[in-house]
Design a protein around this ligand. Sequence first.
Ligand SMILES: [Zn+2]
Length: 103
Amino acid sequence: MAEKTIVVCDVCGKPATETVTIKVARGNYAKDLCTAHVTELVAGARRPRPGRPRKMTGEASAAAPKRRGRPRKTGGRKSTGRKRTATRGTAQASGSPARSAKK
Ligand SMILES: [Zn+2]
């Protein structure tokens, strides 16, 4: 009864407050950390959204619409502009000189 198991911080040796699980390619590691080192560890860490472990594609698609959506809008405007210049003049990039030359 006298024995008392004290969880100690694996970094500094102080009494640990939390046990963190680190997932690495090799496997999972458990590490006991004190409050200071937990905050230190969490400081540079990001939070994977819980409940969506299988939606790796969902994260990719979530990131994709931002990239796809903006180019589509700008691309659509540019394409319409190009069509107008294309119909008026054969030169697409130098549309304004072509107009002045025709006029
Ligand atoms: Zn510590």
